[in-house]
Design a protein around this ligand. Structure first.
Ligand SMILES: [Zn+2]
Length: 171
């Protein structure tokens, strides 16, 4: 099994809307396995299909503490059905390297979707897991966490990015 390439900002695929999954077939199972491998190898606690260039509404995540071992979770066609409270979290993203910023999210959410076998699934999440799920579902709608921060902070990131690009090309 191979790792997938993780696309980074400003790659256009990150700005696109992912399509709902209609067929849960072998091909999709393979994508899910590769996404999980890629997430754990990164390492990250969540990955949306857009990030590996697949425009299907699939997210994988694992918010459990490392010492408890891996607990891979998959949601197909995830949808937030209820949300309340607010929480500020310092977010990072595998598609936005070397940058973190505080983002406002709902503190408690209820999400529904399908598991990897197509069985309906509903789950409640709070704190880190709630933040992670909102972040990943945003990806499926073409939204990055830097779209949810102030224009000033976003400008800082773009500046930093330009500097990093320059550094690369002068080598
Ligand atoms: Zn992300």
């Amino acid at each position: 099994m191979s790792h997938m390439k993780i696309f980074t900002y400003p790659e256009p695929v990150l700005k696109k809307n992912a399509e709902p999954v209609k067929n849960i077939d072998e091909e999709l199972q393979e994508i899910i396995d590769q996404m999980l491998e890629t997430m754990y190898a990164a390492p990250g606690i969540g990955l949306a299909a857009n990030q590996v260039g697949v425009l299907k509404r699939v997210i994988v995540f694992d918010g459990s503490p490392r010492e408890e071992g891996a607990n891979p979770q998959i949601l197909i066609n995830p949808e937030i059905v209820a949300a309340e409270g607010s929480i500020k979290w310092d977010e990072a993203c595998l598609s936005v390297p070397d940058f973190t910023a505080e983002v406002n999210r709902n503190a408690n959410i209820q999400v529904k979707g399908l598991d990897r076998n197509g069985k309906p699934l509903e789950l409640e999440a709070k704190d880190l897991l709630a933040v992670c799920l909102q972040h990943e579902i945003d990806h499926l709608d073409g939204i990055l966490f830097i779209d949810r921060i102030s224009r000033l902070k976003r400008a800082l990131y773009k500046k930093k990015l330009k500097k990093m690009e320059k550094g690369k090309s002068s080598k």
